[in-house]
Write a protein that binds this ligand. Structure first.
Ligand code: FE
Length: 198
């Protein structure tokens, strides 16, 4: 604390976080250890949950219907908690490719995909993917054929999107586990598509 050279004043939201956390600890609502544990849990979380949801939707047509109708409820069926959020799952088809963004900040289905990658939060991605999605996707390594329509979904604080990618050919008879293994984070954002590697 003596090194004033590295002193940085707290931003408004950092100050809010510290004040609220200290109050909650002081009032005995939560403990410091619980806060640390929850944070650690959030950092550790990867896209495995989302991949499980996709694999189930690929193998169970009734689940797929329920997932597209109400993402939050369908995830809860699998024991995945989607706290106080409306999860909207958008299905990519041979005609339509979906991609998600939060143009305002960095809203993201963290409960299913873990923490968002840095580029998702970048101003470059947020401002350009809505205007020139085909170009941005190509820059990220995904060439969407010209006859495939691209739909961009803008997330909000209350509503999160996740992409249900198209199940690739050559995966017939695969187990859910094996299917889940080819569903990457980027596939569920919509900047990549699942690929069958040998
Ligand atoms: Fe946001």
């Amino acid at each position: 604390m003596t090194d004033r050279g590295s002193y940085q004043p707290l931003t408004y939201f950092q100050l809010m976080e510290v004040s609220l956390r200290e109050l909650l600890v002081e009032k005995g609502v939560v403990t410091d250890a619980q806060v640390d544990e929850t944070l650690e849990d959030m950092r550790r979380r990867g896209p495995e949950r989302g991949a499980r949801v996709v694999a189930r939707a690929w193998t169970d047509p009734e689940f797929r219907k329920r997932l597209l109708a109400d993402g939050t409820a369908a995830c809860e069926e699998l024991g995945l908690d989607v706290p106080a959020l409306r999860l909207v799952v958008v299905e990519s088809t041979p005609e339509v490719h979906n991609v998600i963004v939060c143009t305002l900040c960095s809203c993201y289905p963290r409960m299913l995909l873990g923490l968002p990658p840095d580029w998702y939060k970048s101003r470059n991605y947020r401002s350009r993917v809505v205007r020139e999605p085909r170009i941005v996707l190509a820059e990220l390594g995904l060439e969407v054929p010209g006859d495939v329509q691209i739909r961009v979904h803008d997330s909000t604080a209350e509503m999160r999107y996740m992409v249900l990618p198209l199940r690739p050919p050559g995966t017939g008879g695969w187990s859910e586990e094996r299917l889940a293994s080819i569903v990457t984070r980027d596939c569920m954002i919509g900047v990549a598509v699942p690929e069958v590697t040998r």
